[in-house]
Ligand binder design. Structure first.
Ligand code: PFF
Length: 462
Protein backbone atom coordinates (compact mmCIF):
# COMPACT_ATOMS: atom_id res chain seq x y z
CA UNK A 1 0.00 0.00 0.00
CA UNK A 2 1.66 3.21 -1.09
CA UNK A 3 0.66 6.77 -0.47
CA UNK A 4 -0.45 8.41 -3.68
CA UNK A 5 0.35 11.94 -2.46
CA UNK A 6 3.81 13.43 -3.09
CA UNK A 7 6.06 12.80 -0.11
CA UNK A 8 6.71 15.83 2.09
CA UNK A 9 10.18 17.03 3.07
CA UNK A 10 12.14 19.90 4.61
CA UNK A 11 12.51 22.95 2.42
CA UNK A 12 16.20 23.78 3.00
CA UNK A 13 19.45 22.73 4.62
CA UNK A 14 18.83 25.15 7.48
CA UNK A 15 15.40 23.69 8.12
CA UNK A 16 16.91 20.19 8.12
CA UNK A 17 19.57 21.33 10.60
CA UNK A 18 17.11 22.89 13.04
CA UNK A 19 14.77 19.91 12.88
CA UNK A 20 17.63 17.49 13.47
CA UNK A 21 19.05 19.63 16.25
CA UNK A 22 15.55 19.86 17.71
CA UNK A 23 15.51 16.08 17.85
CA UNK A 24 18.95 15.77 19.45
CA UNK A 25 18.57 18.56 22.00
CA UNK A 26 15.90 17.45 24.40
CA UNK A 27 15.30 16.22 27.90
CA UNK A 28 18.44 14.17 27.31
CA UNK A 29 20.53 17.36 27.64
CA UNK A 30 18.55 19.11 30.28
CA UNK A 31 17.28 16.36 32.52
CA UNK A 32 19.20 13.17 31.79
CA UNK A 33 22.73 14.32 31.02
CA UNK A 34 23.29 16.17 34.35
CA UNK A 35 21.98 13.37 36.55
CA UNK A 36 23.69 10.51 34.70
CA UNK A 37 27.00 12.41 34.76
CA UNK A 38 26.33 13.20 38.42
CA UNK A 39 25.59 9.56 39.30
CA UNK A 40 28.70 8.32 37.53
CA UNK A 41 31.39 10.54 38.92
CA UNK A 42 31.71 13.41 36.42
CA UNK A 43 34.68 14.01 34.13
CA UNK A 44 35.91 10.43 33.53
CA UNK A 45 32.40 9.43 32.48
CA UNK A 46 32.19 12.52 30.30
CA UNK A 47 35.37 11.56 28.49
CA UNK A 48 34.02 8.10 27.65
CA UNK A 49 30.82 9.77 26.50
CA UNK A 50 32.74 12.05 24.13
CA UNK A 51 34.69 9.09 22.70
CA UNK A 52 31.37 7.32 22.09
CA UNK A 53 30.03 10.40 20.30
CA UNK A 54 33.01 10.52 17.91
CA UNK A 55 33.55 6.84 17.16
CA UNK A 56 30.03 5.47 17.50
CA UNK A 57 27.54 8.35 17.40
CA UNK A 58 28.79 10.32 14.42
CA UNK A 59 29.35 7.36 12.04
CA UNK A 60 25.92 5.96 12.89
CA UNK A 61 24.24 9.31 12.48
CA UNK A 62 25.76 9.71 9.01
CA UNK A 63 24.69 6.14 8.16
CA UNK A 64 21.13 6.83 9.27
CA UNK A 65 21.01 10.00 7.17
CA UNK A 66 22.33 7.99 4.23
CA UNK A 67 19.70 5.25 4.62
CA UNK A 68 16.89 7.80 4.84
CA UNK A 69 17.87 10.17 2.07
CA UNK A 70 18.86 7.42 -0.34
CA UNK A 71 15.57 5.55 -0.02
CA UNK A 72 13.24 8.41 0.94
CA UNK A 73 11.34 6.04 3.17
CA UNK A 74 10.41 5.39 6.79
CA UNK A 75 12.79 3.20 8.80
CA UNK A 76 11.14 -0.13 7.92
CA UNK A 77 10.63 0.67 4.24
CA UNK A 78 14.18 1.99 4.02
CA UNK A 79 15.98 -1.08 5.36
CA UNK A 80 13.78 -3.35 3.29
CA UNK A 81 14.74 -1.42 0.18
CA UNK A 82 18.46 -1.59 0.90
CA UNK A 83 18.56 -5.34 1.37
CA UNK A 84 16.27 -8.01 0.04
CA UNK A 85 17.27 -10.29 2.93
CA UNK A 86 14.39 -10.35 5.42
CA UNK A 87 16.64 -10.41 8.51
CA UNK A 88 17.55 -6.73 8.20
CA UNK A 89 13.94 -5.81 8.96
CA UNK A 90 14.98 -6.30 12.58
CA UNK A 91 16.40 -2.76 12.41
CA UNK A 92 12.92 -1.47 11.59
CA UNK A 93 11.34 -3.56 14.34
CA UNK A 94 13.87 -2.34 16.92
CA UNK A 95 13.28 1.23 15.74
CA UNK A 96 9.50 1.04 16.16
CA UNK A 97 9.76 -0.76 19.51
CA UNK A 98 12.27 1.69 20.94
CA UNK A 99 10.16 4.64 19.76
CA UNK A 100 7.29 3.30 21.87
CA UNK A 101 9.47 2.50 24.88
CA UNK A 102 11.14 5.90 24.94
CA UNK A 103 7.89 7.78 24.45
CA UNK A 104 6.24 5.90 27.32
CA UNK A 105 8.59 7.54 29.83
CA UNK A 106 9.62 10.65 27.88
CA UNK A 107 6.03 11.89 27.73
CA UNK A 108 5.87 11.66 31.52
CA UNK A 109 9.04 13.68 32.14
CA UNK A 110 7.96 16.21 29.53
CA UNK A 111 4.71 16.52 31.51
CA UNK A 112 6.65 17.36 34.68
CA UNK A 113 8.56 20.03 32.78
CA UNK A 114 5.39 21.60 31.37
CA UNK A 115 3.81 21.57 34.81
CA UNK A 116 6.80 23.44 36.26
CA UNK A 117 6.21 26.34 33.86
CA UNK A 118 2.70 26.56 35.24
CA UNK A 119 3.84 26.21 38.87
CA UNK A 120 6.40 29.00 38.44
CA UNK A 121 3.73 31.32 37.07
CA UNK A 122 1.51 30.44 40.01
CA UNK A 123 4.31 31.44 42.40
CA UNK A 124 4.85 27.96 43.89
CA UNK A 125 8.59 28.52 44.07
CA UNK A 126 8.58 31.89 45.78
CA UNK A 127 10.73 31.55 48.91
CA UNK A 128 11.85 28.03 47.94
CA UNK A 129 13.91 25.96 50.36
CA UNK A 130 15.70 22.64 49.88
CA UNK A 131 12.76 20.88 51.58
CA UNK A 132 10.09 22.75 49.69
CA UNK A 133 11.56 21.99 46.25
CA UNK A 134 11.76 18.35 47.21
CA UNK A 135 8.12 18.46 48.28
CA UNK A 136 7.17 20.16 45.00
CA UNK A 137 8.86 17.39 43.04
CA UNK A 138 6.99 14.74 45.01
CA UNK A 139 3.71 16.59 44.46
CA UNK A 140 4.44 16.75 40.74
CA UNK A 141 5.23 13.08 40.31
CA UNK A 142 3.11 11.30 42.93
CA UNK A 143 -0.24 11.43 41.17
CA UNK A 144 -2.54 9.79 40.53
CA UNK A 145 -4.11 12.58 38.45
CA UNK A 146 -1.85 15.63 38.05
CA UNK A 147 1.17 14.01 36.30
CA UNK A 148 -1.18 12.05 34.05
CA UNK A 149 -3.06 15.18 32.98
CA UNK A 150 0.22 16.92 32.11
CA UNK A 151 1.43 13.86 30.24
CA UNK A 152 -1.75 13.89 28.16
CA UNK A 153 -1.34 17.64 27.49
CA UNK A 154 2.19 17.03 26.13
CA UNK A 155 1.02 14.18 23.92
CA UNK A 156 -1.84 16.36 22.63
CA UNK A 157 0.47 19.31 21.81
CA UNK A 158 2.89 17.06 19.92
CA UNK A 159 0.01 15.36 18.10
CA UNK A 160 -1.39 18.68 16.87
CA UNK A 161 2.01 19.72 15.49
CA UNK A 162 2.45 16.35 13.78
CA UNK A 163 -0.98 16.41 12.18
CA UNK A 164 -0.01 19.77 10.61
CA UNK A 165 2.67 17.89 8.65
CA UNK A 166 6.41 17.87 8.05
CA UNK A 167 6.72 21.41 6.61
CA UNK A 168 3.86 23.17 8.34
CA UNK A 169 4.31 21.36 11.64
CA UNK A 170 7.80 20.02 12.34
CA UNK A 171 9.78 22.48 10.21
CA UNK A 172 7.89 25.57 11.30
CA UNK A 173 8.03 24.76 15.01
CA UNK A 174 11.71 23.74 15.12
CA UNK A 175 12.88 26.69 13.03
CA UNK A 176 11.11 29.12 15.35
CA UNK A 177 11.84 27.50 18.68
CA UNK A 178 15.43 26.25 18.41
CA UNK A 179 17.06 29.70 18.19
CA UNK A 180 14.96 30.85 21.18
CA UNK A 181 16.10 27.82 23.13
CA UNK A 182 19.77 28.52 22.42
CA UNK A 183 19.44 32.13 23.57
CA UNK A 184 17.65 31.10 26.77
CA UNK A 185 20.40 28.61 27.63
CA UNK A 186 23.05 31.27 27.22
CA UNK A 187 21.18 33.67 29.50
CA UNK A 188 20.82 31.01 32.20
CA UNK A 189 24.51 30.14 31.97
CA UNK A 190 25.69 33.73 32.27
CA UNK A 191 23.77 33.88 35.55
CA UNK A 192 25.03 30.49 36.73
CA UNK A 193 28.63 31.56 36.10
CA UNK A 194 28.25 34.15 38.85
CA UNK A 195 27.35 31.55 41.46
CA UNK A 196 29.91 30.52 44.11
CA UNK A 197 29.85 26.83 43.08
CA UNK A 198 31.13 27.43 39.55
CA UNK A 199 34.69 26.37 40.27
CA UNK A 200 33.66 23.12 41.83
CA UNK A 201 31.29 22.43 38.96
CA UNK A 202 34.12 22.83 36.44
CA UNK A 203 36.33 20.50 38.48
CA UNK A 204 33.52 17.95 38.63
CA UNK A 205 32.84 18.13 34.90
CA UNK A 206 36.36 18.44 33.53
CA UNK A 207 38.86 16.88 35.96
CA UNK A 208 38.80 13.15 35.37
CA UNK A 209 39.07 10.64 38.20
CA UNK A 210 39.18 7.23 36.52
CA UNK A 211 38.73 5.32 39.77
CA UNK A 212 35.07 6.39 39.54
CA UNK A 213 34.55 4.66 36.21
CA UNK A 214 32.84 1.24 36.11
CA UNK A 215 31.95 -1.04 33.18
CA UNK A 216 28.32 -0.24 33.89
CA UNK A 217 29.28 3.44 33.62
CA UNK A 218 30.78 2.80 30.19
CA UNK A 219 27.56 1.13 28.99
CA UNK A 220 25.58 4.06 30.35
CA UNK A 221 27.87 6.52 28.53
CA UNK A 222 27.26 4.68 25.27
CA UNK A 223 23.52 4.52 25.92
CA UNK A 224 23.52 8.23 26.65
CA UNK A 225 25.35 8.96 23.39
CA UNK A 226 22.66 7.06 21.44
CA UNK A 227 19.87 8.71 23.34
CA UNK A 228 21.38 12.16 23.03
CA UNK A 229 21.94 12.00 19.29
CA UNK A 230 18.57 10.30 18.68
CA UNK A 231 20.19 7.23 17.15
CA UNK A 232 19.11 3.62 16.77
CA UNK A 233 15.41 4.41 16.61
CA UNK A 234 15.18 5.36 12.97
CA UNK A 235 14.64 9.03 13.84
CA UNK A 236 17.60 10.14 11.78
CA UNK A 237 16.56 7.76 8.99
CA UNK A 238 13.12 9.36 8.96
CA UNK A 239 14.44 12.94 9.12
CA UNK A 240 17.17 12.07 6.60
CA UNK A 241 14.40 10.98 4.24
CA UNK A 242 13.08 14.56 4.37
CA UNK A 243 16.45 16.18 3.53
CA UNK A 244 16.85 17.84 0.15
CA UNK A 245 19.25 16.33 -2.38
CA UNK A 246 21.53 19.33 -1.85
CA UNK A 247 22.10 18.85 1.90
CA UNK A 248 25.60 18.07 3.09
CA UNK A 249 25.03 15.12 5.39
CA UNK A 250 28.53 15.17 6.89
CA UNK A 251 28.17 18.85 7.69
CA UNK A 252 24.75 18.45 9.24
CA UNK A 253 25.85 15.47 11.35
CA UNK A 254 28.96 17.29 12.62
CA UNK A 255 27.08 20.50 13.38
CA UNK A 256 24.33 18.63 15.23
CA UNK A 257 26.75 16.49 17.28
CA UNK A 258 28.88 19.49 18.26
CA UNK A 259 25.94 21.77 19.09
CA UNK A 260 24.25 19.03 21.07
CA UNK A 261 27.39 18.43 23.13
CA UNK A 262 27.85 22.13 23.77
CA UNK A 263 24.23 22.43 24.93
CA UNK A 264 24.70 19.46 27.30
CA UNK A 265 27.82 21.03 28.76
CA UNK A 266 26.15 24.42 29.16
CA UNK A 267 23.25 22.83 31.00
CA UNK A 268 25.70 20.72 33.04
CA UNK A 269 27.59 23.83 34.13
CA UNK A 270 24.36 25.57 35.19
CA UNK A 271 23.02 22.56 37.09
CA UNK A 272 26.27 21.62 38.86
CA UNK A 273 27.09 25.22 39.75
CA UNK A 274 23.73 25.19 41.48
CA UNK A 275 24.36 21.83 43.11
CA UNK A 276 27.69 22.90 44.56
CA UNK A 277 26.55 26.39 45.52
CA UNK A 278 23.79 24.98 47.70
CA UNK A 279 25.64 21.99 49.12
CA UNK A 280 23.59 19.38 47.32
CA UNK A 281 24.88 16.05 46.03
CA UNK A 282 25.34 15.52 42.28
CA UNK A 283 24.02 11.94 42.47
CA UNK A 284 20.40 12.76 43.20
CA UNK A 285 18.91 10.79 40.27
CA UNK A 286 16.05 11.79 37.94
CA UNK A 287 14.84 14.52 40.28
CA UNK A 288 18.17 16.41 40.13
CA UNK A 289 17.08 19.08 37.66
CA UNK A 290 13.74 19.65 39.35
CA UNK A 291 15.27 20.09 42.77
CA UNK A 292 18.26 22.25 41.91
CA UNK A 293 17.27 24.80 39.31
CA UNK A 294 14.22 26.22 41.17
CA UNK A 295 16.34 26.61 44.28
CA UNK A 296 19.12 28.52 42.58
CA UNK A 297 17.03 30.83 40.52
CA UNK A 298 14.71 31.88 43.29
CA UNK A 299 17.67 32.89 45.43
CA UNK A 300 19.08 35.42 42.97
CA UNK A 301 18.02 38.73 41.44
CA UNK A 302 15.69 38.28 38.44
CA UNK A 303 15.50 34.65 39.55
CA UNK A 304 11.84 34.16 38.82
CA UNK A 305 12.19 35.34 35.24
CA UNK A 306 15.21 33.10 34.71
CA UNK A 307 13.50 30.14 36.29
CA UNK A 308 10.56 30.67 33.99
CA UNK A 309 12.94 30.99 31.01
CA UNK A 310 14.72 27.80 31.96
CA UNK A 311 11.59 25.65 32.15
CA UNK A 312 10.22 27.20 28.96
CA UNK A 313 13.43 26.19 27.20
CA UNK A 314 13.20 22.71 28.71
CA UNK A 315 9.61 22.45 27.45
CA UNK A 316 10.70 23.51 23.96
CA UNK A 317 13.50 20.95 23.95
CA UNK A 318 11.20 18.19 25.18
CA UNK A 319 8.56 19.01 22.58
CA UNK A 320 10.83 19.11 19.53
CA UNK A 321 12.59 15.88 20.53
CA UNK A 322 9.28 14.14 21.23
CA UNK A 323 8.01 15.21 17.80
CA UNK A 324 10.95 13.45 16.15
CA UNK A 325 10.33 10.12 17.90
CA UNK A 326 6.64 10.22 17.17
CA UNK A 327 7.35 10.97 13.50
CA UNK A 328 9.14 7.60 13.24
CA UNK A 329 5.81 5.93 13.97
CA UNK A 330 3.77 8.30 11.83
CA UNK A 331 6.02 7.71 8.80
CA UNK A 332 5.87 3.97 9.39
CA UNK A 333 2.10 3.70 9.72
CA UNK A 334 1.33 6.05 6.83
CA UNK A 335 3.80 4.53 4.38
CA UNK A 336 3.84 0.86 5.35
CA UNK A 337 0.29 0.46 6.56
CA UNK A 338 -1.46 3.03 4.36
CA UNK A 339 -3.03 4.95 7.27
CA UNK A 340 -3.83 8.65 7.02
CA UNK A 341 -1.48 10.95 8.93
CA UNK A 342 -4.26 12.01 11.27
CA UNK A 343 -5.31 8.48 12.09
CA UNK A 344 -1.70 7.36 12.68
CA UNK A 345 -1.14 10.24 15.09
CA UNK A 346 -4.36 9.83 17.05
CA UNK A 347 -4.19 6.04 17.42
CA UNK A 348 -0.56 6.15 18.57
CA UNK A 349 -1.21 9.06 20.91
CA UNK A 350 -3.81 6.91 22.66
CA UNK A 351 -1.40 3.96 22.97
CA UNK A 352 1.42 6.18 24.28
CA UNK A 353 -0.82 7.80 26.87
CA UNK A 354 -2.41 4.52 27.99
CA UNK A 355 0.89 2.72 28.63
CA UNK A 356 2.90 5.82 29.50
CA UNK A 357 0.72 6.35 32.56
CA UNK A 358 2.14 3.19 34.16
CA UNK A 359 5.67 4.52 33.88
CA UNK A 360 4.79 8.03 35.07
CA UNK A 361 3.05 6.70 38.15
CA UNK A 362 5.97 4.46 39.12
CA UNK A 363 8.54 7.11 40.03
CA UNK A 364 7.61 8.77 43.26
CA UNK A 365 7.69 6.98 46.59
CA UNK A 366 4.14 5.92 47.33
CA UNK A 367 2.94 6.29 43.72
CA UNK A 368 0.30 3.79 42.51
CA UNK A 369 2.67 1.60 40.50
CA UNK A 370 5.84 2.23 42.49
CA UNK A 371 5.84 -1.28 43.99
CA UNK A 372 5.89 -3.07 40.63
CA UNK A 373 9.44 -4.27 39.92
CA UNK A 374 10.56 -6.13 36.81
CA UNK A 375 14.17 -7.40 36.76
CA UNK A 376 14.60 -5.40 39.96
CA UNK A 377 13.63 -2.14 38.24
CA UNK A 378 10.56 0.05 38.46
CA UNK A 379 8.50 0.49 35.26
CA UNK A 380 9.95 3.93 34.47
CA UNK A 381 13.55 2.76 34.90
CA UNK A 382 12.87 -0.41 32.95
CA UNK A 383 11.55 1.44 29.88
CA UNK A 384 14.52 3.80 30.06
CA UNK A 385 17.12 1.06 30.57
CA UNK A 386 15.82 -1.28 27.85
CA UNK A 387 15.55 1.48 25.28
CA UNK A 388 18.71 3.52 25.95
CA UNK A 389 21.12 0.76 26.82
CA UNK A 390 19.87 -2.15 24.74
CA UNK A 391 17.46 -1.30 21.92
CA UNK A 392 19.04 1.95 20.67
CA UNK A 393 22.62 0.58 20.57
CA UNK A 394 21.36 -2.62 18.88
CA UNK A 395 19.38 -0.65 16.30
CA UNK A 396 22.42 1.54 15.68
CA UNK A 397 24.69 -1.48 15.36
CA UNK A 398 22.28 -2.99 12.83
CA UNK A 399 22.23 0.18 10.70
CA UNK A 400 26.02 0.45 10.89
CA UNK A 401 26.46 -3.14 9.73
CA UNK A 402 23.89 -2.76 6.95
CA UNK A 403 25.60 0.32 5.54
CA UNK A 404 29.14 -0.89 6.21
CA UNK A 405 28.80 -4.45 4.92
CA UNK A 406 25.79 -4.74 2.62
CA UNK A 407 25.52 -1.47 0.67
CA UNK A 408 28.24 -1.08 -2.03
CA UNK A 409 30.78 1.59 -1.12
CA UNK A 410 30.30 3.30 -4.49
CA UNK A 411 26.61 3.92 -3.70
CA UNK A 412 27.52 5.44 -0.36
CA UNK A 413 30.12 7.70 -1.98
CA UNK A 414 27.64 8.85 -4.56
CA UNK A 415 24.93 9.71 -2.07
CA UNK A 416 27.13 11.34 0.56
CA UNK A 417 28.87 13.50 -2.05
CA UNK A 418 25.55 14.49 -3.65
CA UNK A 419 26.55 12.76 -6.90
CA UNK A 420 30.09 14.12 -6.82
CA UNK A 421 29.06 17.73 -6.22
CA UNK A 422 30.66 17.85 -2.76
CA UNK A 423 34.37 17.17 -2.50
CA UNK A 424 34.22 14.74 0.39
CA UNK A 425 36.20 11.73 -0.89
CA UNK A 426 38.70 11.70 1.97
CA UNK A 427 35.98 12.13 4.58
CA UNK A 428 33.98 9.29 3.03
CA UNK A 429 37.03 7.03 3.28
CA UNK A 430 37.64 7.85 6.94
CA UNK A 431 33.95 7.52 7.78
CA UNK A 432 33.71 4.19 5.95
CA UNK A 433 36.76 2.76 7.70
CA UNK A 434 35.54 3.78 11.16
CA UNK A 435 32.02 2.51 10.43
CA UNK A 436 33.27 -0.87 9.24
CA UNK A 437 35.95 -1.63 11.78
CA UNK A 438 35.94 0.73 14.75
CA UNK A 439 32.25 1.36 15.53
CA UNK A 440 31.04 -2.27 15.65
CA UNK A 441 34.06 -3.42 17.65
CA UNK A 442 33.60 -0.62 20.19
CA UNK A 443 29.92 -1.39 20.46
CA UNK A 444 30.39 -5.12 20.92
CA UNK A 445 33.17 -4.66 23.49
CA UNK A 446 31.00 -2.32 25.54
CA UNK A 447 28.07 -4.75 25.38
CA UNK A 448 30.16 -7.74 26.40
CA UNK A 449 31.92 -5.92 29.17
CA UNK A 450 28.66 -4.67 30.64
CA UNK A 451 27.44 -8.26 30.73
CA UNK A 452 30.64 -9.26 32.51
CA UNK A 453 31.62 -11.62 29.65
CA UNK A 454 34.81 -9.78 28.82
CA UNK A 455 36.04 -9.77 32.39
CA UNK A 456 35.52 -13.56 32.60
CA UNK A 457 37.47 -14.14 29.36
CA UNK A 458 40.36 -11.95 30.56
CA UNK A 459 40.47 -13.90 33.84
CA UNK A 460 40.51 -17.21 31.94
CA UNK A 461 43.37 -16.09 29.71
CA UNK A 462 45.55 -14.66 32.45
N1 PFF B 1 17.76 13.09 21.74
C1 PFF B 1 16.62 13.30 22.57
C2 PFF B 1 17.07 13.94 23.87
O1 PFF B 1 18.27 14.08 24.11
O2 PFF B 1 16.22 14.27 24.68
C3 PFF B 1 15.86 12.03 22.85
C4 PFF B 1 15.62 11.16 21.67
C5 PFF B 1 14.96 11.63 20.54
C6 PFF B 1 16.07 9.86 21.70
C7 PFF B 1 14.77 10.82 19.44
C8 PFF B 1 15.94 9.03 20.61
C9 PFF B 1 15.28 9.52 19.50
F1 PFF B 1 15.16 8.74 18.47
Amino acid sequence: MKKSKRREGFSSGLAAFFATLGSAVGLGNIWKFPYVVGDNGGAAFLLVYLICIVFIGLPIMISEFYVGRKTRKNVMGAVQELSSKKGWSIIGIIGILSAYFVMFFYSGVAGWVYSYVFKILKGDFNRATAESVQQQFTNTTLGPTVPVIWQIIVIAVVSIILIAGVKNGIERITKTLMPILLILILICDIRALMLPGVKESFTFLFKADFTQLTSKGILLAMGLAFFKLSLGMGTMVTYGSYFTKKDNMFGTAAKVAISDTIVSLLVGIAVFSAVFSFNMVPSTGPGLLFMTIPLVFTKIPFGKVLLFAFFVLASIAATTAFISMFEVLVAYYTEQKGMSRKKAVILNAIVIAAIGVFSTLSVSEGAVFEQIKIFGMGIFDLFDYISSNILLPLGGLGTGLLVGYVVPKEDIKKELSNNGKLKVEKIVDIYYFILKYVTPIFLIIIFLSSLGVLQKVIKLIS
